[in-house]
Design a protein around this ligand. Structure first.
Ligand code: ADP
Ligand code: MG
Length: 272
């Protein structure tokens, strides 16, 4: 079983990428479990045609964690992908990471953490407590950083790289960096910048995903690109990503950059 995680800044395209990755792997006949670890709880939404599946935290709030079955939390989506959403706290109270911790405890108890590939889709703005859990506790072995060329998303990716570097020294965690996925925002020098960022943190850009209108159109139809436009170029990009990730055996321990180093390095790619 391969366990991978996509980490990155909020809104950068983790869920879009994760759902299309899962859909492409499922098309190849693999048994996939995708777990949304973001209080936004929309990670698997395009796989289940826009429905909001009950989150683990909602279920626990409603009936306590001993009265929940696998059928209550795991929903079949496109291609048979099994979908789970950790959920989040009610705004203003509780800790956002708690949903993730509760989700792992529940899925362990229900013996539901299985399949050919588990894809964790994790908000990476703060790599604290619950959000670090997939990599800290030995679940996610390969981490993929999703970023664009925008500085804010590079900062977030670099922070996650720092967490991976630290956690990789712990026997229990066993996580390493699988690569950097550039989800393009179409900014100047973006591809080169992300490529160079990946190189500087001792990794590589494993895929470049163009910004494409078809992503939004598919989203409005509440489907992944793989399902909505299987013949499109963008679907091909996600299939290539799926094959690269599935066959990836080149992971590394990242060497994060310093803050001021990131700023001066980014300047090299932009005409001012
Ligand atoms: P995250 O999960 O990181 O918060 P999402 O996957 O929800 O981000 O993406 C945020 C928005 O960006 C969505 O509306 C999505 O349709 C759009 N998006 C993501 N990737 C692309 C892309 N390659 N091309 C066009 N739009 C994209
Ligand atoms: Mg998301």
């Amino acid at each position: 079983m391969k366990q991978i995680a996509l980490y990155g800044k909020g809104g950068i395209g983790k869920s879009t990428t994760a759902a299309n990755l899962s859909a492409a792997l499922a098309e190849d006949g693999l048994d996939i479990l995708q777990i949304g670890c973001d209080p936004k709880h929309d990670s698997t939404r395009m796989l289940v045609h826009g429905t909001w599946i009950p989150t683990v935290l909602d279920l626990i709030r409603e009936r306590g964690d001993t009265n929940i079955t696998v059928e209550d939390v795991v929903y079949r989506g496109f291609g048979g992908v099994r979908c789970v959403e950790a959920g989040g706290p009610e705004p203003g109270i509780g800790c956002a990471g708690r949903g993730i911790i509760a989700t792992f405890q529940l899925l362990e108890r229900l013996d539901a953490l299985k399949g050919d590939v588990i894809v964790y889709d994790v908000l990476g703005d703060v790599v604290c407590g619950g959000f670090a859990m997939p990599m800290r506790e030995g679940y996610a072995r390969e981490i993929y950083l999703v970023t664009s060329g925008e500085l804010m998303s590079i900062y977030a990716a670099n922070n996650i790289a720092r967490a991976i570097a630290r956690l990789s020294r712990r026997a229990r965690s066993r996580c390493s960096l699988g690569g950097v996925i550039c989800n393009a925002k179409n900014i100047e020098g973006e591809r080169e910048l992300v490529e160079e960022f990946a190189r500087r943190i001792n990794s590589r850009m494993i895929a470049y995903i163009p910004r494409s209108r078809i992503v939004q159109v598919a989203e409005l139809q509440k489907q992944t690109v793989i399902e909505y436009a299987p013949e499109s170029e963008q679907a091909g990009v996600y299939r290539d990503l799926a094959r690269l990730v599935y066959g990836n055996d080149m992971t590394s321990i990242p060497t994060p950059m310093e803050m001021d180093e990131i700023e001066s390095f980014a300047l090299e790619f932009v005409q001012v």
